[in-house]
Each structure stands twice: as C-alpha cells, then as structure tokens.
Design a protein around this ligand. Structure first.
Ligand SMILES: Cc1cc2nc3c(=O)[nH]c(=O)nc-3n(C[C@H](O)[C@H](O)[C@H](O)COP(=O)(O)OP(=O)(O)OC[C@H]3O[C@@H](n4cnc5c(N)ncnc54)[C@H](O)[C@@H]3O)c2cc1C
Ligand code: SF4
Ligand code: SF4
Length: 651
C-alpha cells in the first residue's frame, strides 16, 4: 500500500510522526517547484458575448463603465460614456435593449457560474438614459464630397447612413413608405418598439445631416440607372417586404393573408379587429406578433353573408378601411391558434415571446404539417387541413390516419419572407433575396452594397452589423482604396494602444531603429498581445472560483393574462434602475481583459507583479511585471479571474 492509498483508506494515517516539529517553507517550495522559463504576458481576447452579438458591440467595455472603470471624469456621467461606447457599434441601444433576443446572453461565460449578465437590460437602461438626456450621436466626419444613396429606411439603411456620416460621406435615404424604421415600424408592434423611443433614436441619426426622400420607391419612382448616375455608391437595405405564400393548395383564398400584410395593416392603424378564429401558421417572430396583436385587437362577429369589404382580409389587403363603429362592438379577445410543423421548443421565435403569447391566451398546436386549405362554395378558406406528425432524428414522420381540419375565419401565413424586385430585377438572386460577398458587396454590381433582411431575414442587430461592415466597404470604394480583409472576430474592439495615445500616455512614434525590449519604449505596449481580432476567450480560461454566485437583476415584466389582453397595448417591460444596471456591470467577469481585482499582485510570491503608477494607467494596463523578479511560477496566471494573464515570454 502506498502512502497515498493509506491516507485515503486508513483512519489512523498520520503524515507526521511524534516530535516532528520542523515545517517546510511552502512559499519557497511553491516558487521553486513551479519555476519555469516563462513569464506572464497580458493577452487581450474577445469575450464570447461580443463574439455572439451580430452588431459586434463592445459589451465588456460598456459594462465596465457601469462599474466605474475606463471612465474619464471630463467626459460626463458613466451613462453618457457607456452610450458613446455602445453607439460605436449600434445607434439603437434603447430599441435593441427591448427587442433584441440577445444571442450575446446565451454566449455569456457567466452562465457557467450562475446566470448570464443582463446585457440586454443594461443596454436598454443606457439607451433610455441617453434619450431622456437628449444625447446626440457623435459628430459627422469632415465632408468628403462623396455621395451615397441608401435604398430603404429600415434599421439596415438607417445604420448605414449613421456609419457613413461618421466617415463624412453625404447620404440620402430613399424610402418607399411614408415613415422611416422599416420592420421596426411596420412589423414589430408599438408595445414592443415604443414609437417615441424609436422616433428619438431615428431622429438622432437624421440630425447628423442625412437626406431623406419618403414615399419614393427605387425601381419604380426612381430608376436604378438614375441612382447610379447621381451617386458614388449605393447601399441596398430593402429588407424582405413580402410574406411568402403558404406552400399548400388553396393558399390563394381571399382570407389567407401573410403575417407581414397583417402587421402592416395593424401598424398603419387600418386593422382594428378580426372576425372568427385566426389561424397563424409558423413559429417565428412574425407568427408570435400576429397572434399577440390579434388577441389584443379582439373579435367582432360578422354575419355569414357579410359583404367582402367588411371582412378583415379586405382591410389587410388595402381594399377598404375598417369601420370604427364596428370595432366598438368587439365581443372580446380573438380566438387565436398558432399551428407549427415542428415541436414549438424548436421554433425560431424567442422562448420568451412564445411564453408570453401562451399567457395571453393563444393556443399553440405543434407538430401539425399543413396540407391544404379547405374552401367553402364561395372560395373562402373555412379550415386548414393538417397532418399530425412526429419528429424522429430531425425527420418528419406523418402519423397515419391523423389528418385534422382546423376551422378558421382568417388564415395568416408566417412561414417566410422575400423581397420585391419590381424594376430592380437584376438584383434578385432568384430566391427573392440578394447575394452578397463577405464585404457585403453585390457581386457583379461594382459600387453596390447590401445588408439586412435583403440578404437573409434575421434580426435587427444583424442588419445593423451588416451595415457597419458595408459602410467600411463603401468608404474604401469611394476613396478608391482596396477594402481591408475582415478579421475573424469582426467587432468593435477595445484598442489599448489607442487608449494610451488618447490618454496622452504614449506620444512617441516608432523610428524603425532596432531596439532590445520594449519596456522602456513609449511607442509600443510592452508585454501585451492583442488577439481580440482572432480569439474568443472560453470559460475554461477563466478562474471561475473567484466569482460568488449572485442573482441577475431582472426587469419588471407585466404578465398579461388572457382576460386582460383585449385593447392592452402597454409595454410589457420596465427598465432597470441605475443601481440594478451597476450591479449587472459588476457581475460581468470581464472575460479576456484585466478588471483590476489585484489577485496577481496579492498572490505573486516574488512580489514581481506591481500596479502601474496611477497617472500611467489605462484599461488593460493596470498591472505590470518586474521580469527580474519573476521566476515563472504561473500563480498570477492561475489566479487571474479573466484569463488575461498567460505565461508567454520565454527566458
Ligand atoms: C413581425 C416581425 C417581428 C420581428 N421581431 C423582431 C424582434 O423582436 N427582434 C429582432 O431583432 N428582430 C425582429 N424582426 C426582424 C427585424 O425586424 C428585421 O431583421 C430588420 O427589420 C431588418 O432590417 P432591414 O433594414 O434589412 O429591413 P426592413 O426593416 O424590412 O426595412 C427595409 C425598408 O426598405 C424599404 N424599401 C424596400 N424596397 C424599397 C425600394 N425599392 N425603394 C425604397 N425603399 C424600399 C421598406 O419600405 C422598408 O422600410 C422582426 C421582423 C418582423 C417582420
Ligand atoms: S444588440 Fe443584441 S446581441 Fe448585441 S449586445 Fe445588444 S442584446 Fe446583445
Ligand atoms: S461575463 Fe461579461 S465579458 Fe464575459 S461573456 Fe459575460 S458579459 Fe461578456
């Protein structure tokens, strides 16, 4: 039996014999036993929250400001500085904070400790603060004399205008409708994207000096050739404005409409009630919004022989307007069913939206594949015929003999979107969308760039992320330069060298003379490596035991029950307080960047790690190592909670 075996099995095991009094100098042993040729270096990597945010927000950076780091007292309150940092990546923080499904939170390393950081709620807090305090966006860049046409005034087009104005290019937005905002106005209902909030965030962009031509559709009102002639480059942010028809026989029935048309009619104030059961087919955001709106606007009983133009579909298709007096006769919230082919847990809509519509009284029936619309003698759909199915290993298996007819007054298809290419047919890739290369250029159309749903319908933040990259491509194009290759982690990264330059902490420029070591040099950042463009720091690289479990601050949410939903258009969420936002800032583990915890200083047995003098500090430049003292024991790297310290410098 070995000593170790004895230690675990024998209760009488004793490590020391009687009268053994000597003790070993553990601190020296640790140092000498762990001695190595490697010394710590400071390695900046991108955090996974940022890697998962399609607009590439510097989330770690603005959360740090919330806990009081990386602030300049001359630059105003922390909220203002966080707003400035946020809007380097995305000019719509108050809207994102409300309706972005927050893929960043799914990626957050804090999930490994207790719960993700409330990134989305923090973003809303700062966005609302900026609106309340009427903060403008950054000033436009010096005028370049270049003109860019932006087709489409949705989030992609507006964000493109913002990023291009920052670079000093003149921009004109051409928008088919009478208002800017795209699906933020005509798709997502106002109780999710409050119109005053949206107007405030759009106005800030227009205040940068953006030209706008409303009610002007490129392709019909203005030919593409004219745009090419008058502008140096074009950005296409035309989205995907048409709902795809349900892919079943009978889908051309008059009372079978698309979710996009339904929501547009509601958001334009034309649709005020429905009649009979509303059957929504689909499991995405559009399906959930249609169902939630239908419950809210309520039901009016129409007689069997009611004239065609009195029916909701006539309003949805823009053939007539709804009778306000009739809306006053609403009997109650509408009977709304969602029919979805797959298990609802696999639906693309956010889990939260699904739970909300269920609480509001919508019935969800999943694993039902639509077969056809059953029409009455007049050609109207009276039911949707569906096949009950099972999903095994990702494959759909029909259940024999289980075909059901679900009665419906209105069938709303929400199974996909496509663009309208009337007059701009050469841009259609054959699937009702547009092609783009990695720089968001339209292949075969020099000077044409594209972003957002026009490429592939997704999220607001995605459209804004595309616009940022496209704006950089446009900038290079109109300046006659080659567009730079995009980095692997294509996001807004904190740059220590710039921070040191901006803070007046590094003034020297490199004179291209060979030198040995950079610790005394003032043109470079000593023993620091920036891998944020290529590497995301995984939770395994962090020292998670450093962090205590702390509950996430949650926004107050009003749960609306089925009997309260009729006519209820109040916003569901109320934002965080300042105290709560600061708490979330403190919960951020600052993955991949020093957050000044002092662990490395406290635990270094050689006193080799020291604080950088206060007047020379910047984010990421808080501690330094005296390599004459360091013996390479790697304790500092082991106790660094953020994974910022790595053993690297060879001896
Ligand atoms: C019902 C619904 C709910 C959604 N919910 C969410 C959500 O909760 N969270 C989220 O992140 N995303 C959500 N989305 C997705 C999000 O709205 C879109 O991804 C985003 O709006 C895409 O932006 P875009 O600018 O590319 O297109 P759009 O928002 O569609 O804007 C395109 C604009 O271009 C204009 N236009 C089109 N063709 C022309 C032309 N030829 N000439 C001039 N103007 C033209 C259109 O009128 C429109 O204003 C939702 C989408 C829908 C439909
Ligand atoms: S835009 Fe969305 S993904 Fe990006 S930080 Fe905000 S909530 Fe997260
Ligand atoms: S803990 Fe902070 S830096 Fe790390 S992934 Fe989460 S929000 Fe990002």
């Amino acid at each position: 039996m070995t000593e170790t075996d004895s230690a675990t099995t024998d209760v009488t095991f004793r490590r020391y014999k009687d009268h053994e009094h000597g003790h070993e100098p553990w601190d020296e042993l640790v140092v000498h036993a762990g001695e190595s040729d490697l010394c710590p270096v400071y390695v900046h990597r991108a955090p996974p929250c940022q890697g998962s945010c399609p607009s590439g927000h510097d989330i770690r950076g603005w959360l740090a400001m919330g806990r009081g780091q990386d602030l300049d007292p001359a630059d105003g309150p922390w909220q203002e500085q966080a707003f400035r940092r946020m809007t380097t990546a995305n000019p719509f923080p108050a809207i994102m904070g409300r309706v972005c499904p927050a893929p960043c939170q799914e990626g957050c390393n804090r999930n490994e400790v207790d719960d993700f950081v409330g990134i989305n709620a923090f973003e809303q807090y700062v966005g609302d603060w900026a609106l309340e305090h009427d903060l403008p966006l950054a000033a436009p860049g010096p005028d370049t004399g270049k003109r860019v046409a932006i087709v489409g005034g949705g989030p992609a087009g507006l964000a493109a205008a913002y990023f291009l104005r920052l670079k000093g290019h003149a921009c004109t937005i051409f928008e088919e409708h009478d208002a800017l905002g795209g699906m933020m106005v005509f798709g997502i209902p106002g109780y999710r994207t409050p119109r005053d909030v949206l107007e405030g965030e759009v106005k800030r962009i227009l205040d940068m000096g953006v030209g706008v031509r409303l009610n002007t559709r490129v392709g019909t009102d203005v030919p593409m050739a004219k745009i090419e002639q008058d502008f140096d480059a074009v950005f296409w942010g035309i989205g995907a404005q048409s709902g795809k028809p349900l892919p079943v026989p009978g889908a051309d029935a008059p009372n079978c409409v698309s979710g996009i048309s339904f929501l547009r009619a509601f958001n334009q104030g034309r649709l005020r009630h429905v009649s009979g059961r509303v059957l929504v087919v689909g499991g995405g955001d559009t399906a959930m919004d249609v169902a939630a709106v239908a419950r809210r606007i309520g039901n009016v009983d129409l007689p069997e022989d009611a004239p065609e133009d009195a029916r909701p579909e006539a309003v949805i298709m823009g053939k007539t307007t709804q009778d306000v007096a009739l809306s006053a006769k609403r009997r109650g919230a509408a009977d709304v069913w969602i029919v979805y082919r797959r298990p609802i847990s696999k639906a693309p809509a956010s889990q939260h939206e699904i739970e909300s519509v269920i609480a509001e009284g919508v019935e969800i029936h999943d694993e039902l594949a639509p077969l056809e619309l059953v029409l009455d003698a007049s050609g109207r759909a009276k039911a949707l015929r569906v096949q009950r199915v099972d999903w095994i290993d990702g494959k759909m298996h029909p259940r024999e003999g289980e075909i059901i007819d679900i009665e419906a007054g209105l069938v709303v298809g929400a199974t996909g979107q496509a663009g309208d290419f009337t007059g701009i047919e050469s841009l259609d890739n054959g699937r009702g969308l547009m092609n783009a290369n990695g720089l968001y250029q339209v292949p075969g159309h020099p000077g044409h760039f594209v972003g957002g749903d026009a490429i592939n319908p997704h999220l607001l933040t995605t459209a804004i992320g595309h616009a940022r990259v496209a704006a950089e491509g446009i900038d290079a194009y109109v300046s006659g330069q080659e567009a730079a290759k995009r980095p692997k982690v294509d996001a807004f990264h904190f740059n220590l060298l710039s921070a040191l330059h901006d803070g007046g902490l590094i003034e020297d420029t490199y004179d291209h003379e060979q030198i040995r070591g950079t610790n005394e040099a003032r043109f470079a950042v000593h023993n620091y490596e920036d891998r944020s463009f290529a590497e995301i720091v995984p939770h395994r690289s962090l020292f998670l035991a450093h962090f205590d479990r702390e509950a996430r601050e949650q926004r107050q949410e009003a749960t609306i029950s089925g009997d309260q939903v009729l006519g209820n258009f109040t916003e569901r969420f109320s934002g965080l307080s300042e105290e709560q936002a600061v708490h979330e800032g403190n919960r951020c583990m600052s993955c991949g960047m020093c957050f000044e915890c002092d662990n490395c200083i406290i635990y270094c047995p050689q006193d080799a790690v020291y604080r950088v003098p206060k007047d020379q500090r910047a984010m990421g430049r808080y501690v330094d190592t005296d390599y004459a003292r360091c013996v390479g024991c790697h304790i500092c790297a082991d106790v660094c909670p953020t994974g910022y310290i790595q053993m690297g410098l060879g001896g």
